[in-house]
Design a protein around this ligand. Structure first.
Ligand code: FAD
Length: 325
């Protein structure tokens, strides 16, 4: 019996969220006294694969089929299921990304496993039972759930687990899942990677500067853009802002938009409605700038500035530029 971690690549590297999942899987393997294998799909550099050893991964199985360069749920599920079967894996771990969510439920059906998504901590292991904590109600509460099937599938919430750096390197082996054309029957025609003004992909960004209706109109967005540029950040916005076409829809974060999990999220003139918080509450540090001291966002903030954005943000931009010098 072993642990299998599904890791996602981006531009040849392993995504940060997958390094967190690998660390999680590595720690479970240690707890169980077994090995951890990773399965990588798509374009990932070989040295990025061997470096997964630092997260406690012993071996990486890699399927380099060209057709897997873009995400196709059925084909990805087949590859992961093949790796699970080959390694006799009873614990499957991946990150709770859009791709993770898409493969998780299909894998649970295929392998007759129990699935827990949005998991925020390592399990308590009691024989064949795992108890894991998961975020529920848009992160407002936590629930402990028991996974009792033979196969346990865990999707780890971004930014919940520290990335391990323990040294060591993983061996890399080719994997072939004998994919047929039928596995690609529902493939996207084209994948467009939409970066924001700073050239940073929003879901992967380490720093996000986000604006809300408090900024009054699109003519004032230079405040968000200039601060983002000075910090090397991606830009984002609240839903009403994109509904009013002040900003493109791909920048809208929240329950009905993109989920971000940066190290730093700066919210300018955003009230902090629960639907907005649902998309940002796995950020490590949240800074809120709002002129209303009663704005709900302050309750979720690590740092709050009560003040007029039109006075505060230019000073922040100056300070950030000075840091750069
Ligand atoms: P407002 O609520 O108008 O807040 C503006 C804030 O700016 C206020 O707090 C105000 O004090 C502050 N302000 C005003 N002037 C200044 C100034 N000069 N300086 C500093 N601060 C200032 N919203 C999302 O964002 N994402 C979602 O995914 C989402 N999904 C939804 C799904 C559903 C089903 C529903 C019903 C709603 C959803 N919403 C979503 C909308 C959400 O409920 C809020 O209405 C929205 O987030 C509010 O946007 P806002 O904070 O920009 O605007």
């Amino acid at each position: 019996m072993s642990v299998l971690v599904f890791v996602e690549g981006l531009n040849g590297e392993i995504k940060k969220s997958s390094l967190e999942a690998a660390s999680y899987g590595g720690q479970i393997a240690k707890q169980l006294g077994t090995t951890a294998t990773a399965v990588a799909i798509g374009e990932v550099h070989e040295d990025a694969l061997t470096k997964l050893g630092e997260q406690g991964i012993n071996k990486v199985l890699y399927d380099a089929d060209d057709r897997l360069k873009q995400f196709v749920a059925d084909a990805y599920v087949k590859v992961i299921a093949k790796a699970a079967q080959q390694e006799d894996a009873k614990v499957l771990v991946f990150s709770n990304t859009n791709i993770g969510a898409a493969v998780g439920s299909k894998l649970a059906v295929r392998l007759s496993g129990s699935l827990a998504t949005n998991v925020t901590a390592l399990p308590t292991i009691n024989g064949n039972n795992f108890v894991v904590t998961r975020g529920v109600f848009s992160g407002k509460a936590f629930a402990d759930v028991e996974l009792s099937s033979d196969v346990k599938i865990i999707a780890v919430k971004k930014n919940s687990i520290e990335i391990a750096h323990e040294g060591g390197s993983a061996t890399v082996e080719k994997l072939s899942a004998d994919l047929a054309d039928a596995d690609f029957a529902a493939a996207p025609k084209e994948t467009v990677m939409q970066d924001t003004d700073g050239g940073v992909l929003l879901p992967e960004a380490e720093v996000v500067v986000s604006g809300g209706r408090g900024l009054k109109g699109p003519e004032n967005w230079h405040l968000v853009e200039d601060l983002a540029k000075a910090l090397g950040a991606a830009t984002a916005c609240s839903k009403p802002v994109s509904d009013m076409d002040w900003r493109p829809h791909h920048e809208h974060v929240g329950q009905t938009g993109i989920t971000v999990s940066p190290n730093l999220y700066i919210a300018i003139g955003i009230s902090g409605a629960i639907q907005h918080l649902a998309g940002v509450n796995s950020s490590k540090v949240i800074v809120v700038i709002n002129k209303d001291p009663e704005a709900p966002f302050f309750k979720a903030a690590d740092y709050g500035i009560v003040g007029d954005a039109f006075e505060v943000v230019p000073k922040l931009i100056e300070a950030a530029k000075a840091l750069d010098k």
